[in-house]
Design a protein around this ligand. Structure first.
Ligand code: ADP
Ligand code: MG
Length: 307
């Protein structure tokens, strides 16, 4: 320990690999401000595979861009593997993007260099990292085999199907052996059969290589296969669901057990459907009823005074 330079930053809980607390991202466009993340909390353990769902515009891509070091948060805390994403220098961020995270985009074309073969696409990040051609080639082949494309090494992206292109993209993202893989709607442009194959590839990488996987998805068929799914609404986590298997006689069925997320100051989001049904706006009455809390519309009768 260096006593001359005490670390002023509070110790970040190291049991979580990804830790976001009260995270804000504000985009400024001329005199307009867009709050894309507003006090988002998220914890992900090393080696976990989890999913993020949410309506378009809720802040999913913004969050992934921050976690991948492509964008910087406006306020709050965000750390990955103990690295503070708010205080990293731009040089650190470059190294971070090259070595710590792999990224797969929804737009298949954006992931690959069109005039390079599958193998060359996978080799490229390694060459940029200064790895020799021989080892880069060997690892490139291995990765393409892992994603099931050992027979497509020399093909260029335009000769591959959408699903094959995403497999190459996954291999590219893992070229420099990052511990974290971020995928932003990686199956958004694929049919359901191909989407489920891509999901299997990600699952295998998570199980066999121990890569932490965070996947943004709109696809309920994909989300249903993931143990923990968090939903973003309006720049904050609103619900968290856990995959459970139940038995009815000898039949097993899978369902997601959903919880509303309560933040450190006690805020939680009431589902939009309930807000509308009860016409809840601006103010509500909250009552403690023994073992639970009731939330009532503003015009509900006030609580009876105790005699
Ligand atoms: P999602 O991926 O869930 O669809 P995004 O993270 O892309 O949502 O966007 C969240 C909000 O932030 C949206 O209102 C979007 O218009 C806005 N936004 C995203 N990127 C920018 C940007 N570069 N400049 C201004 N506003 C942005
Ligand atoms: Mg998005």
């Amino acid at each position: 320990m260096n006593l001359d330079q005490p670390d002023a930053t509070p110790q970040i809980e190291d049991s979580y690999y990804i830790l976001c607390e009260d995270l804000f991202k504000i985009y400024k466009q001329e005199d307009l401000e867009v709050v894309a993340l507003r006090g988002l909390d998220l914890k992900v353990r090393r080696g976990e595979m989890m999913a993020i769902v949410g309506a378009s515009g809720s802040g999913k891509t913004t969050l992934l861009n921050i976690l991948s070091g492509l964008d910087t948060p406006s306020a709050g805390r965000a750390s990955v593997g103990g690295r503070n994403l708010l205080t990293m220098t731009s040089a650190d961020l470059v190294t971070y993007r090259r070595k710590e995270v792999g990224f797969v985009w929804q737009q298949t074309a954006r992931n690959l260099v069109p005039y390079l073969s599958s193998l060359q696409n996978v080799e490229l990040p390694m060459i940029l990292e200064g790895i020799d051609a021989g080892p880069a080639r060997t690892r490139g082949r291995e990765l393409l085999e892992i994603v099931g494309l050992g027979h497509r090494l020399e093909m260029k992206p335009d000769r591959l199907s959408g699903g094959e292109q995403q497999r190459v993209a996954i291999a590219v993202s893992l070229a420099n052996d990052p511990p974290l893989l971020l995928a932003d709607e990686p199956t958004g442009e694929l049919d359901s059969q191909t989407a489920s194959e891509i999901f299997s590839v990600l699952y295998t990488l998570n199980q066999e290589l121990g890569v932490t996987v965070v996947i943004v998805t709109h696809d309920p068929a994909i989300a249903n296969q993931i143990d923990r799914v968090v939903a973003i609404r309006d720049g904050r986590i609103s619900t968290e669901s856990f995959r459970r298997v139940a038995f009815e006689g000898r039949e097993a069925y899978v369902y997601h057990d959903e919880y509303a997320v309560v933040d450190r100051t006690g805020r939680l989001q009431i589902p939009k459907e309930y807000l509308e049904r009860l016409d809840l706006k601006e103010r509500a009455r909250i009552r403690l009823e023994g073992d639970h809390v009731e939330v009532l519309p503003e015009d509900a009768a006030p609580e009876e005074e105790e005699a």
